[in-house]
Design a protein around this ligand. Structure first.
Ligand SMILES: [Zn+2]
Length: 118
């Protein structure tokens, strides 16, 4: 049997599985449409107690690295507060808010303005 390392939880999963049996992260490649809808729902429920935080985080981080401004802002939120296994980092939060604002995402620019007061 062939295994792949799940990019979300790091556990080994059977290569033929569509979703990771441990964290339910999607293992088979997304089409661009699927990627977009996965990102949409990840952005919506990343902080929901019913969501799968690490799976959402992985999707959002990948989109942020590709330059998605809304994902960059949400990633800033994650680092600003710290959540589950992601430790708080004001430095990383600021970096992602800056990238997001530079990409024209207004809410990130607003947060940056308040950053000095936080
Ligand atoms: Zn997994």
């Amino acid at each position: 049997m062939k295994y792949v390392k799940c990019p979300c939880c790091g556990k080994k999963a059977d290569k033929t599985e569509e979703n990771c049996p441990f964290c339910l992260f999607r293992l088979t490649p997304f089409t661009p449409e699927e990627e977009e809808s996965a990102l949409k729902s990840a952005l919506k429920h990343i902080f929901s107690p019913m969501g799968y935080f690490m799976a959402d985080f992985t999707i959002i981080r990948a989109a942020a690295k590709k330059g998605n401004a809304e994902a960059q802002c949400r990633l800033g939120d994650v680092y600003l507060h710290g959540f589950e296994h992601i430790p708080q980092s004001r430095r990383k939060a600021k970096m992602w808010y800056k990238k997001s604002a530079a990409n024209g995402y207004a809410p990130a620019a607003e947060i940056l303005k308040r950053f000095k007061e936080l």
